[in-house]
Design a protein around this ligand. Structure first.
Ligand SMILES: Cc1cc2nc3c(=O)[nH]c(=O)nc-3n(C[C@H](O)[C@H](O)[C@H](O)COP(=O)(O)OP(=O)(O)OC[C@H]3O[C@@H](n4cnc5c(N)ncnc54)[C@H](O)[C@@H]3O)c2cc1C
Length: 299
């Protein structure tokens, strides 16, 4: 049974920010797929929730001044079918297909996924390789924080209690960019990630890559970018030798965690294998999507 709490129901974003401004103990409720589970398990005992899931200002996906802007209350299911995300955030759309199950995807929001601060948030690695930023708004101010600085620890973010995550945005990708996401779970569907990985390549010409971005989820206290491997790979051709060295470096430079889903040693071995496989597939123009389909991840 849920513990008792007061539920605030703002009709507009300004009204919600006004309510949040009155007390630092008002907790945002979006889809509730994490928060209500925590309430039931008595992991969290807020006295006052504010329902922000229905606010129109937090919905919608648009392209604006060279950026893709996604409202924080856009659901994972919305992202899965959105044409702008298919065009400008394909790597994120891949993650939506293996996210939880259809029921959870219909409720879970992208803002809630990041604001919860889980190392295993499946939207985080794709958004990290897209170089996404998180828009935070309080009654009198707005600021934007790079996603790589937003989550600071397990269930910890830089969000102040009176701020809401209002949007997530990233620059439109240069022509010829390709990305891929892969999730490893204990089951093939409806599983929390043991490890997730996103890779993005920006082409310089047909052979060389101007920039390579790699991000990992569920391997450290926060989702991370793998900078040493990115630096090794960027600027040149992706030969099998360079890919093998980068895969090794990605594993060695990651301080992997052990938990109930896997040991640090296991995660390190998987990092080497997946970085190598995804980079090779991308470089050869092979779509990881096909792999996910054949593994039965789609629904
Ligand atoms: C069965 C099940 C399966 C799941 N599978 C996955 C999975 O495969 N991958 C995955 O990543 N996650 C998974 N989750 C976790 C969860 O569904 C996601 O993290 C989801 O995106 C959370 O979003 P929400 O809108 O439900 O957030 P809520 O539960 O409403 O909120 C989560 C936290 O974020 C805060 N918050 C929410 N929105 C905002 C905002 N706009 N501004 C500030 N703070 C905010 C809340 O106060 C709360 O602390 C699963 C959960 C369940 C129950």
């Amino acid at each position: 049974m849920l513990p008792e709490f007061e539920l605030l129901m703002p009709r507009t974003l300004p009204e919600a920010l006004e309510m949040m401004n009155e007390s630092s103990r008002v907790i945002p409720l979006a889809g509730g797929t994490s928060l209500l589970v925590d309430l039931r398990g008595r992991i969290s005992r807020p006295q006052m929730l504010i329902n922000i899931g229905g606010l129109d200002e937090l919905r919608g996906v648009r392209v604006e001044e060279g950026y893709v802007v996604v409202g924080s209350a856009v659901t994972i299911a919305d992202l899965k079918h959105n044409v702008l995300i298919a065009k400008h955030g394909q790597v994120l759309q891949q993650a939506t297909r293996v996210f939880a199950n259809p029921l959870v995807r219909n409720r879970a929001t992208i803002g809630g996924n990041l604001a919860y601060g889980s190392p295993a948030a499946d939207a985080a690695p794709p958004l990290l390789v897209l170089d996404a930023e998180v828009e935070l708004t309080c009654k009198d101010a707005k600021r934007t924080v790079p996603l790589k600085e937003f989550i600071t620890g397990v269930r910890e973010t830089v969000r102040h209690p009176r701020e809401l995550v209002t949007a997530i945005r990233w620059p439109i990708l240069p022509e010829g960019s390709v990305g891929v996401f892969h999730k490893l779970g204990l089951r093939k569907a409806d599983a929390i990630s043991v490890l997730s990985i996103a890779v993005m390549l920006h082409r310089k010409n047909t052979e060389d890559y101007a920039q390579v971005r790699i991000a990992l989820g569920a391997v450290a206290p926060t989702p991370i970018r793998v900078t040493p491997a990115e630096e090794l790979l960027s600027g040149g051709p992706l030969t099998p030798e360079v890919i093998a060295r980068a895969a090794q470096l990605a594993s060695e430079s990651t301080h992997a965690i052990s938990d109930i889903r896997g040991s640090a040693a296991y995660r390190k071995r998987v990092i080497t294998a997946l970085v190598k496989r995804l980079l090779t597939n991308l470089a050869e123009g092979t779509k990881e999507k096909k792999h996910n389909e054949s593994e039965g991840y789609h629904s």
